[in-house]
Ligand binder design. Structure first.
Ligand code: CA
Length: 233
């Protein structure tokens, strides 16, 4: 098996070297770009399996790099954020980032997340013999192709958004806590930020609900989490 190739886009040499050393020690192949333009160029020419993006970058910022990669690929993307205020933005802007880590971070934490995202990504890249698309109301959720159709039209979903929607739909009519959803999707609890689930659900509602303020599919269960249900006719 070939080792996963990871693209780091970070202008602070000290950080990129540190991350690079840790990733290489875990047997990953690593590419480093020092600015956003080079990052996009390396992404297009080297076909990485994952990207780790700083936000404040020379030439093209991390948000823009993320958006560009997501338009062309489903690879996992982790954002490195220097400010807590950026974290909502990362998940909320529809950039398609899968995760974020706030600086300063421990390299061990980063590696744990890299491994977890890559594992999921390789699972979904493998040919799967799963059931066909789930059809609920006007929604069609296809776990083979990772495609969601809303009222007959394909709507782009990030990997995490897709997994949450699919998980909710598989557990239809059950109240699921945010913690439970987080654990099911991210697979680890130690560094979890439960707020991530809320932000993702908000994005999913914007995509599937006709009126996200009065959702028909994903009901909020106050103090607990969410329940997915088929809309009433
Ligand atoms: Ca920077």
């Amino acid at each position: 098996m070939s080792y996963a190739k990871i693209l780091i886009v970070e202008d602070e040499k000290e950080i990129s070297n540190l991350v690079k050393d840790y990733l290489m020690a875990s047997n990953y192949e690593v590419l480093v770009a020092g600015d956003g333009e080079e990052g996009i160029h390396l992404f297009r020419t080297s076909n990485p399996d994952m990207a780790i993006l700083d936000i404040m970058l020379p030439k093209v910022d991390g948000f823009e790099v993320c958006r560009t990669i997501r338009q062309e690929s489903r690879i996992p993307i982790i954002m490195l954020s220097a400010r807590k205020e950026d974290t909502d933005k990362i998940l909320g802007l529809g950039l398609g980032a899968d995760d974020y880590i706030t600086k300063p971070f421990s390299p061990r934490e980063l590696i744990a997340r890299v491994q977890s995202h890559l594992r999921r990504y390789s699972e979904l890249s493998e040919p799967v013999q799963k059931s066909d698309a789930l059809v609920v109301g006007d929604l069609e959720i296809d776990p083979k192709a990772y495609i969601v159709k809303v009222r007959g039209h394909e709507v782009p979903f990030s990997v995490k958004e897709f997994e949450i929607l699919h998980y909710l739909a598989l557990n239809m009519n059950q109240a699921l806590s945010r913690e439970k959803i987080f654990e099911a999707i991210w697979g680890f609890n130690e560094y979890g930020d439960i707020n991530t689930v809320t932000v993702h659900v908000r994005k999913i509602r914007e995509k599937i609900e006709e009126d996200p303020s009065t959702p028909k599919y994903i009901e909020t269960i106050w103090g607990i989490g969410y329940k997915f249900k088929a809309p009433k006719k």
